[in-house]
Design a binder for this molecule. Structure first.
Ligand code: UDP
Length: 328
């Protein structure tokens, strides 16, 4: 992946740790970091990630993958290692994934975050943690600014994810304030692109797969709920710019404010695939947020970052990838 990055991101080679390196975002990030000349140690349990996501990185001597479940603790190569940058992305991240792996989700976002903050303290590394727009829950403020505290069900069917991510943010601020750790927190909004897992139910890939196979597109509820979709290259560029930014430790939204209803998205994907699939309605999952849209004023001002790839272009690139992968 070749990203257009400002000079501040072209640092001398560093020793980098990426947790969740074989996942959707982790693999794209690892690729970009290797491309920038860094030495990347990736850790992934492969419960929701896949070896094939990093197959083009495997032959590179600047990348290694440790297969390990971080909810059991840090592997010795990591616990005793030396790193300049730590990226914590490991976690199931789809509603299907985190409900299936509830205990692991809770542990990697809570316990592993604390373990990595301590590692960052020992190594004097800068650490970036992947938080989420789910911290806003079913928001009462729209679009969502970083100053909004959120509306989350603490015991609901998303709580293993939402609340552990909120703890992740709290822990990161504590280690910054009390221990002086150099931290960055991103709140990630819905992101799509090649390598999203096919069977974890996330909306873009679910619709693309259904359209390619000529199956009905399953719109949950009446489809009037909204999401704002960011293409993966824009998201990863934002991550790296935040990591290498001037010190700023509070959460930063990185996402595309281009908001769309789920029903409109289904229609667009069906058209771009050139499919005759019908659109059907299925029950809405519990605690499904009604609307979600980032306010990205902070990222624009702080990082001079904004997304560049529009939905039509991003969907075309994504459909191209899955046409090849799924071959009906
Ligand atoms: N959705 C849908 N059909 C599907 C999968 C998802 O209508 O086959 C809807 C879902 O109800 C939600 C939105 O699409 O309103 C986004 O769901 P996703 O699982 O991608 O992620 P979320 O944003 O809820 O974390």
């Amino acid at each position: 992946m070749k990203l257009e990055l400002p000079a501040s991101c072209h640092t001398p080679p560093m020793r980098v740790l990426v947790t969740g390196a074989a996942g959707f975002l982790g693999s794209h990030l690892s690729e970009a970091l290797v491309e920038l000349g860094h030495h990347v140690t990736g850790v992934d349990s492969l419960i929701t990630g896949a070896r094939e996501n990093v197959q083009n990185l495997k032959p590179n001597s600047r990348f290694r993958l440790i297969e390990h479940d971080l909810s059991l603790g840090l592997p010795p190569e990591v616990a005793e290692g030396q790193f300049d940058r730590i990226w914590h992305l490991a976690s199931p991240a789809s509603p299907v994934g985190y409900v299936k792996h509830q205990v692991i989700t809770l542990k990697v976002n809570a316990l592993t975050t604390v373990a990595l903050l301590e590692l960052a303290e020992r190594c004097k590394a800068r650490i970036f943690v992947a938080s989420t727009s789910e911290c806003y829950g079913d928001p009462k403020e729209h679009p969502q600014r970083e100053t909004y505290w959120g509306h989350v069900n603490p015991v609901g069917m998303r709580s293993m994810y939402d609340e552990s991510k909120r703890f992740m943010e709290a822990a990161t601020m504590v280690y910054h304030r009390q221990r002086g750790v150099d931290t960055r927190i991103v709140r990630i909004f819905n992101t799509y692109g090649p390598r999203l897992a096919v069977d974890d139910g996330r909306v873009v890939v679910a619709f693309i797969k259904q359209a390619i196979y000529g199956e009905p597109l399953t719109v949950q509820g009446d489809g009037s709920q909204t999401r704002s979709l960011c293409y993966v290259d824009d998201e990863i560029r934002g991550f790296i710019m935040l990591m290498e930014s001037q010190p700023y430790h509070l959460p930063v939204n990185i996402g595309n404010p281009d908001e769309v209803t789920v029903l409109q998205l289904a229609r667009e994907i069906r058209e771009l695939v050139g499919s005759k699939s019908e659109i059907i309605h299925t029950p809405l999952p519990p605690d499904d947020p009604r609307q979600r849209c980032p306010d990205i004023t902070l990222a624009k001002n702080l990082l001079q970052w904004s997304p560049t790839i529009n939905r039509r272009e991003g969907l075309k690139r994504t459909i191209e990838f899955y046409r090849h992968k799924l071959k009906p």
